[in-house]
Design a protein around this ligand. Structure first.
Ligand code: SF4
Ligand code: SF4
Length: 471
């Protein structure tokens, strides 16, 4: 059976017969490419350097999923810092909203790792090995998928992907741990070895095969950003009024400035034609701006037929920076991020959590009631501290705490078991609230109420003096 053929191209990366249309964009040197190259390499250096840079003795970024602790620029967020992390996440989302409203998809075109690595690492290597965009297209046409030049390119891709995967892993376990695993046997660390192998394969597949499909199909962020744009958002746009009617050739009377050379199309990494208007596939990479500016210079026309503009400005309505969303977003950001900074600056030096024991909450023996509980101490400071736990002011109370005082390393969390014994008559309605006091000997003091569980008075009175039971 013959497969049906579409009447035209439905997607920029799909041929009419439904096969993948491989994009081999031609680079377009120019001012925007130079700027993006600088930004891209600064970002790459930052990405590679972060696991090696320490602030206050801590990695500048460490996402310790096992301990559920996240370190950003020397500040560690513990599992109990949910509010702070939530405020930080909301601030980030609002900042993205604001950046999109003001500058469109600036993240996608300038800073997204997918774009940065694809356009400034993997694609240049491909051009180097395959003889430029034209050489790659030639190999595609001849279906020479395993040509020695392509295999050599893949070998280099593998090395780079492996390096990036190891760097990526260092964000989660630290560089020292990664090196320990690299120089040890995979059998001694099967989980780490599996993760880094899978990450390497994923990166290799992404930059070799999926490429622009990630932006166009898989990335929710791209669609999200597209929805956040309005008529006044900055976009990479073709000046339709100036460019149309487009026309090739020498006879240009009555024609617009577009000479229909398609330089903007062949340079586009997502294969679209910007002259068709704002499209979801456009990552605002500015390559078509450089391509078109070069053509305009050649034909003696002013640059900027494709330029940063807005739909409102192109329609002759001017660009309005001050809009409802560009006023509300900064206010919301200031409130949420301000609250985050305030909470961060004034958070306690330690985080204390009182936890009940698992199983029976208390036991009764010889007229006394014993509760077992756990005191979890998270040391937020940069020094080791010894935390002393006490319960005072309750007649007849005795406490057994084998680890008291509890030594806790900086940024670490430890738990101390505590056994509290009280006469049964100290309980009313089966409850006695006590105050647990924790000090670290250097000024930190906190007091937390804790409800000890015990027998109800009538049960207690009816109970045998030597009985033992739990509830
Ligand atoms: S249309 Fe222009 S800005 Fe948009 S992705 Fe293509 S080259 Fe980049
Ligand atoms: S590069 Fe400029 S002149 Fe050439 S087709 Fe694109 S918009 Fe028209």
């Amino acid at each position: 059976m013959v497969a049906p053929v579409a009447p035209g191209r439905v997607l920029p990366t799909l041929n009419e017969d439904g096969t993948r249309r491989w994009l081999r964009p031609k680079p377009s040197p120019g001012g925007w490419l130079s700027r993006r190259t600088v930004v891209a390499w600064v970002l790459i250096v930052i990405y590679v350097a972060i696991p090696h840079v320490f602030i206050n003795g801590k990695p500048s970024m460490l996402l310790d999923l096992q301990r559920r602790e996240f370190t950003f620029f020397g500040t560690t967020f513990l599992p109990t810092d949910t509010l702070l992390l939530m405020l930080l996440a909301i601030s980030t989302v609002i900042a993205i909203f604001l950046a999109s409203a003001l500058a469109g998809r600036v993240w996608c075109g300038w800073a997204c790792p997918q774009t940065v690595y694809m356009e400034f690492v993997y694609r240049p290597i491909e051009r180097l090995f395959e003889g430029g965009a034209r050489g790659s297209a030639q190999l595609d046409r001849e279906k020479k998928h395993f040509h020695p030049r392509r295999l050599a390119k893949l070998a280099v891709y593998l090395v780079i992907s492996s390096f990036l995967a190891h760097t990526f892993l260092a964000y989660f376990v630290g560089w020292d741990q990664v090196m320990h695993w690299v120089f040890g046997s995979p059998a001694a660390h099967p989980v780490g070895f599996t993760i880094v192998t899978l990450t390497t394969i994923a990166m290799l597949l992404d930059f070799t095969y999926f490429r622009e499909q990630v932006c166009m199909v898989a990335c929710p962020y791209g669609r999200w950003q597209s929805a956040l744009l309005d008529n006044d958002s900055l976009i990479v746009a073709y000046d339709y009024n100036r460019g149309e009617p487009r026309g090739k050739g020498k006879e240009r009377t009555g024609k617009g400035d577009c000479v229909d050379c398609e330089a903007c199309v062949v340079t586009c990494p997502t294969g679209i034609d910007i002259r068709n208007g704002l499209q979801m596939e456009c990552i605002h990479c500015t390559q078509c701006m450089d391509a078109c500016d070069a053509v305009m210079r050649k034909v003696g026309k002013p640059e900027g037929l494709i330029r940063y503009s807005s739909r409102a400005a192109l329609a002759g309505k001017g660009r309005h920076v001050l809009r409802t969303r560009t006023v509300l977003y900064p206010i919301a950001f200031a409130v949420v991020f301000g609250t985050f900074l305030y909470q961060l600056a004034f958070r306690d030096a330690a985080d204390i959590t009182l936890l009940g024991a698992q199983g029976a909450p208390f036991t009764v023996q010889a007229g006394t009631v014993m509760n077992s509980l756990r005191v979890r101490v998270a040391n937020r400071t940069g020094q080791e501290h010894a935390y002393t736990v006490s319960i005072e002011g309750v007649e007849g109370l005795s406490m057994i705490a084998p680890l008291n005082p509890l030594r806790v390393q900086p940024g670490r969390t430890e738990t101390m078991p505590l056994f509290v014994t009280l006469p049964a008559e100290a309980f009313e309605e089966g409850v006695r609230t006590v105050t647990v006091r924790v000090t670290d000997g250097s000024g930190y003091v906190t007091e937390l109420p804790y409800r000890l569980a015990g027998p109800h008075r009538e049960l207690h009175e009816a109970e045998e003096p030597s009985g033992e039971r739990g509830r």
